[in-house]
Design a protein around this ligand. Structure first.
Ligand SMILES: *Cc1c(COP(=O)(O)O)cnc(C)c1O
Length: 395
């Protein structure tokens, strides 16, 4: 069996998205800035896509800027909010410890430029406390940025409440909704969002395409200078085929969202139940407030990397930590933030199931993980010490 269970890293493009993009590669390849009709047809396609994308998140078309993906949208949102703040003498930013590196590294850069950043802790189950946000807001706070859903442990943050709080205090609120858009309901009006980042390849669109929503009146700064595309907010010839495919993928995902989320949640809970039977293991993140596709576990006495390789041999593509952190020896900042000690954090496994996952596949994954964990523990000197009582079990 071949099972792709790493949908938080990227997703397979949908047939709908591929079909939608092909005409803009093969025939309608004109430049949207060109005045002849051949170019104008490309421009019309981009504007239709903008309307569709806007509708999917409750925004207005003019509030959508197309970008090269989630990272660019995060960078532009944070740098724009910082520039707005600086003009008013406000240089304090609030975020949290489990954000994606596209946010955390941009915050580091802003710190070097003199901004003061408060990184809030999260609870043991990986959730930001709204009261903590409230207490952290100061007179000079210019931005609160908290993700909608976490890419590693799948936890859902109380963004509607945080957004409402920010509105009340007159502070801009940005959310990295890359893992949420197309998977769970997101509405920029109801959720009180001023800026939002999303990425096509996380909802069955193509890689290298995404968008930034910025509420009317929020002045965006450019990351890229050049032509007047995207109303002067993002220079560069539009990725027409990518934008069209993204809107098709998003419209389809949103249309099927309720049904998909319901079905995946059942499979997710079955997977969680099955893996919980492994001794000295623990679920990472919150059992209820989590994405329908996300399962993340720590197993004591295991190396995450070895676990991945053996699962790969059995046809299962999974992840340990996040794609961005694997390859480095540091354990995931997210797992450390929810209180996992280094050794335990190293033994993590993230399974993010696809929209077409079946019960049979879940059974196969449970059996495979049980087998592989048992095998690796059999070789592990760390596990031997734990079992003999020489060292103490943590989980
Ligand atoms: C994938 C991801 C990003 C980065 O998006 P790209 O389109 O790959 O640049 C940012 N934030 C989160 C939460 C993500 O999961």
């Amino acid at each position: 069996m071949k099972i792709y269970a790493d949908n938080a890293a990227t997703t397979k493009m949908s047939k709908t998205a591929i079909d939608a993009m092909m005409p803009y590669i093969e025939e309608l390849y004109g430049n949207p800035s060109s005045l002849y009709s051949f170019g104008q047809r490309a421009k019309e396609a981009v504007e239709r896509a903008r309307e569709d994308v806007a509708r999917c998140i409750g925004a207005e078309p003019r509030e959508i800027i197309f970008t090269s993906g989630g990272s660019e949208a995060d960078n532009q949102a944070l740098l724009s909010a910082a520039a707005i703040g600086k003009r008013k003498g406000k240089t304090h930013i609030i975020s949290d410890a489990i954000e994606h590196h596209a946010v955390l590294h941009t915050l580091k850069k802003l710190e070097k430029e003199g901004f003061v950043v408060t990184l809030l802790p999260v609870s043991e189950s990986g959730i930001v406390n709204v009261r903590d946000v409230e207490k952290a807001i100061r007179d000079d706070t210019c931005l609160v940025t908290v993700m909608t859903a976490n890419n590693e442990i799948g936890t859902l943050q109380p963004i509607r409440e945080i957004g409402a709080l920010c509105r009340e205090k007159g502070v801009l609120f940005h959310t990295d909704a890359v893992q949420a858009v197309g998977h769970i309901p997101v509405d920029v009006v109801k959720d009180n969002i001023d800026m939002l980042s999303a990425s096509a390849h996380k909802f069955h669109g193509p890689k290298g395409t995404g968008f930034l929503y910025a509420k009317k009146g929020v002045a965006l700064s450019n990351l890229i200078e050049g032509g007047a595309q995207e109303r002067g907010r993002r220079a560069g010839t539009e990725n027409v085929a990518g934008i069209v495919a993204m809107s098709a993928a998003l419209s389809e995902s949103v249309e099927n969202m309720g049904e998909t989320a319901k079905r995946l949640s059942v499979l997710r809970d079955k997977l969680i139940k099955g893996l919980s039977e492994i001794s000295h293991s623990a679920l990472n993140g919150d059992a209820r407030m989590r994405l329908p596709s996300n399962v993340n576990f720590c197993f004591e006495g295991i190396e995450g990397e070895s676990l991945l390789l053996l699962l790969d041999d059995m046809g299962i593509a999974a992840s340990s930590g996040s794609a961005c952190t694997s390859g480095s020896l540091d354990p995931s900042h997210v797992l450390l933030a929810i209180g996992r000690v280094h050794d335990v954090a190293h033994g993590s496994l993230r399974l993010t199931i696809g929209d077409d996952a079946t019960e049979e596949e879940i059974d196969y994954i449970i059996a495979a993980v049980k087998e592989v964990v048992k095998k690796l523990r059999g070789f592990s000197p760390v596990w031997r010490d734990l079992e003999s009582g020489k060292t103490k079990h943590i989980l």
